[in-house]
Design a protein around this ligand. Structure first.
Ligand code: HEM
Length: 163
C-alpha cells in the first residue's frame, strides 16, 4: 500500500542516492588536474621535435607534475575506497600510475619506441577515467550486510501480493 508519507519521501531519497560525497569531489578534482597536466605532454614533445629544444625542459617539468598528481590521485582513491567502499577508482588509478612511472623512465632513457605509444595509451586511459569519475555518482556503498540478498521466498511473496 502506498501512503502519502511514501510519496513525499521518494524524491528526497532518490536525490540523496545521486549525491556525490566530499571524498568523491576530491577524486574528481585530482583526476581533472591530472588530465590537464598530461594533455600538455604531447604538445611540449611535439614542439621539441619541431626543433625548439627548450620545450624538453617544459616536457620534463610536465612529467614531474603529471607523476606527482598521479601519486596524489592514489591517495584520493584510497580515501574513496575507505570512505565510500568503492575499490574501482583505486584499481584503475594504480594502472595509470604504474604506466606513468614506466613512461617517466622510458623518457629519461630516450626509449621512444616505448615512450610514445605508452604515452598515447596513458592519456587515453586517463581521459576514460575522467569520464568515468564524472559520470558515476560517487557515493557510499551500503555495507554488504545491509545489501538485499534475493531469497527463494521472495517470488512467492510477490505472487501472494499479486493475488
Ligand atoms: C604522448 C605523450 C608523450 C610523447 C609523444 C612524449 C615524447 C617525448 C620525447 C620526444 C622525448 C625526448 C626524448 C629524447 O630526446 O631522447 C621525451 C622525453 C621525456 N618524457 Fe615524454 N612524451 C609523452 C608523454 C610523457 C609523459 C606522460 C611523461 C611523464 C609521465 C613523460 C616523461 C618524459 C621524461 C621524464 C622525458 C626525459 C626528459 C629529459 O630528458 O629531460 N613523457 N618525451
Amino acid at each position: 500500500m502506498v501512503t502519502a508519507a511514501d510519496s513525499v519521501a521518494t524524491p528526497a531519497r532518490s536525490e540523496a542516492a545521486h549525491r556525490t560525497t566530499l571524498a568523491g569531489w576530491i577524486l574528481r578534482a585530482v583526476v581533472s588536474a591530472h588530465v590537464v597536466a598530461i594533455v600538455g605532454q604531447p604538445v611540449f614533445a611535439g614542439v621539441y621535435l619541431s626543433g625548439d629544444y627548450d620545450s624538453l625542459g617544459w616536457h620534463a617539468a610536465g612529467a614531474n607534475a603529471v607523476t606527482s598528481i598521479g601519486y596524489l590521485q592514489v591517495i584520493a582513491a584510497i580515501i574513496v575506497w575507505i570512505r565510500l567502499r568503492q575499490v574501482w577508482p583505486f584499481v584503475t588509478t594504480l594502472g595509470v600510475v604504474a604506466a606513468e612511472t614506466v613512461q617517466y623512465f622510458a623518457g629519461l632513457a630516450g626509449a621512444l619506441w616505448l615512450h610514445i605509444p605508452l604515452g598515447v595509451m596513458t592519456i587515453v586511459a586517463l581521459v576514460v577515467q575522467f569520464i568515468d569519475v564524472w559520470r558515476r555518482p560517487l557515493q557510499r556503498r551500503p555495507h554488504p550486510s545491509q545489501e538485499r540478498v534475493p531469497t527463494a521466498e521472495q517470488p512467492e511473496r510477490k505472487e501472494a501480493d499479486d493475488a
